[in-house]
Design a protein around this ligand. Structure first.
Ligand code: KIV
Ligand code: ZN
Length: 505
């Protein structure tokens, strides 16, 4: 009989490894918003950050440890006392806490990065785990670049850290180098040959450089891994980390072959994906497994015909299982507040009355410009409204843009700055450049634009566009969002929303 303990723990590292990738920086409140949703999804562990790396990181981890209940809250620390103490202090308020310490174990990392001999690395690892155990009972150890490490050294290292008190052994494929067969064999070897391996949970941590992160994680599970480290939408360094939704849904959909499950509430997947996409500004490719816009779309006539006759002809998962509403009732300009609220709630939001009212007013504006308002549109505009805060310094009042093949793009803008209307105009290389320059002039900003992503929310000429703007100023990076059927308006809203997110200096 299967034991209740025999399940795959989901260790979500969206807020640590995910946030490490270029452009994915999140504010403290955004991290809390994601962490609360991860708890709602029932993830087992949230890796909240790397506290020693900056006071901003420390504070975010500490807030998550204070405000998020349910999952184990963990923080990353190199194998040094300073890092470990910082992690321990940051996670102290959490009810369930873990410290995750790591040191590189591959010849290339030990020689060139650490400048240390294997024996020194082993000593540091053991020492680090013992220091962690002074603070917490739950300690995870990772031999970084494990898949390019010598197996005999890896075995010795795992044995020593378990002896020192590590309760989870994570085997990172740091550079996305391994393949499913090799990674599976590595788990089999370690679980069979590490003394006292039964005293620890073995964990998979994969990067997607060869597009194999999910396959590698599943191979590890087949060979005894009982924790998978992953991120929502697979965001992360370079080609990203294992995508949580892919592993979870593979185990669920193919339970006949894996025979083991996670405890994730899969209906929360779509909302998690949406939150991470809008907060980080990292778009999800339309054909991305599970959460891409086309993941449940059937375009060809033969497929549509099959699905109408029996959806299982071409659908291996029901969209509702991952929280995609299959009943896409369209709202329009005649829809009332009650219908609008009902839809917002069914999309998984919990609106405050004032958020609801301003979102409803924007919905009416959009319904006037667009024939049909879909769930995706409502999600986008509600996300815009719910991100506004009462202390927003800047608000878009109106704008005007002229452009053409033979004229210089020119924009004028009227913004409320701390309650006072200000007007400015500017020219630019294009209409978006002109509007951004006019906003900068109006509020006297010297922030640098580091990223602009514009994506359609749904299809069609009248589709709502969602813009994501990343700005940097004095080392602070902020991301703002905006949506509208008018691309220039979406960009202006996103730019202003980013400016509102800079901390007051
Ligand atoms: O990829 C990696 O090696 C890591 C470790 C810090 C676990 O993220
Ligand atoms: Zn990693």
């Amino acid at each position: 009989m299967k034991s209740a303990l025999d399940y795959v723990r989901i260790f979500d590292t969206t807020l640590r490894d995910g946030e490490q990738c270029p452009g994915a920086a999140m504010s403290e409140n955004e991290k809390i918003e994601i962490a609360l949703h991860l708890a709602q999804m029932n993830v087992d562990v949230i890796e909240a950050g790397f506290p020693v790396s900056s006071p901003v990181q420390f504070k975010a981890v500490q807030r998550i440890a204070t405000e998020v209940e349910g999952p184990i809250i963990t923080a990353l620390a190199r194998a040094t006392r300073g890092d470990i103490e910082s992690a321990a202090n940051a996670i102290r308020p959490a009810k369930h806490k873990r410290i995750h310490t790591f040191i590189a174990s591959s010849p290339i990392h030990m020689k060139f990065k650490l400048g240390k001999e294997p024996a020194e690395v082993l000593k540091m690892a053991v020492e680090a785990v013992k220091i962690c155990r002074d603070f917490v009972e739950d300690v995870e150890f990772s031999p970084e670049d494990a898949t390019r490490s010598e197996q005999s050294f890896l075995r010795e290292l795992c044995e020593a850290v378990i002896e020192a008190g590590a309760t989870t052994i994570n085997i990172p494929d740091t550079v996305g180098y391994t393949t499913p067969y090799e990674y599976g064999e590595l788990f089999k070897f370690l679980i069979q040959n590490v003394r006292s391996s039964d005293r620890a949970i073995f964990s998979a941590h994969c990067h997607n450089d060869l597009g194999l992160a999910t396959a590698n994680s599943l191979a590890a599970i087949r060979n005894g891994a009982r924790q998978v480290e992953c991120t929502v939408n697979g965001i992360g360094e370079r080609a990203g980390n294992t995508a949580m939704e892919e592993v979870v849904m593979a185990l669920k959909t193919r339970k006949d072959t894996f025979g083991i499950q996670t405890k994730i509430k899969t209906e929360e997947i779509a909302k998690a994906s949406y939150l991470v996409k809008t907060i980080t500004g990292m778009v999800v490719q339309p054909n991305k497994a599970i959460v891409g816009a086309n993941a449940f779309a059937h375009e060809s006539g033969i497929h549509q015909d099959g699905v109408i006759k029996n959806r299982e002809t071409y659908e291996i998962m029901k969209p509702e299982t991952v929280g995609v509403l299959s009943n896409r009732m369209v709202l329009g300009r005649h829809s009332g507040r009650a219908g609008f609220k009902d839809r917002i709630v069914r999309l998984g939001f919990d609106p405050q009355p004032e958020e609801l009212e301003s979102a409803y007013q924007r919905f009416l504006e959009i319904a006037d410009r667009k024939k049909e308002v879909f769930d995706e549109d409502i999600r986008a505009l509600f996300a815009d409204e719910s991100r506004k805060s009462l202390d927003d310094r800047y608000l878009l009042e109106s704008f005007h843009v002229t452009t053409g093949t033979k004229s210089t793009p020119t924009a004028s803008i009227r913004i409320s700055v701390l309650g006072q209307s200000k007007e400015e105009s500017a020219t630019g290389d294009g209409p978006v450049d002109a509007i951004f320059k006019s906003i900068q002039k109006a509020i006297g900003s010297d922030a640098q634009l580091s990223r602009l992503v514009i994506s359609p929310v749904t299809e069609g000429q009248d589709a709502l566009a969602e813009a994501s703007v990343t700005l940097e100023r004095n080392g602070e990076r902020v991301v703002g969002k905006g949506s509208s059927t008018d691309i220039i308006e979406a960009c202006s809203r996103a730019y202003i929303s980013a400016l509102n997110r800079f901390s007051l200096s």
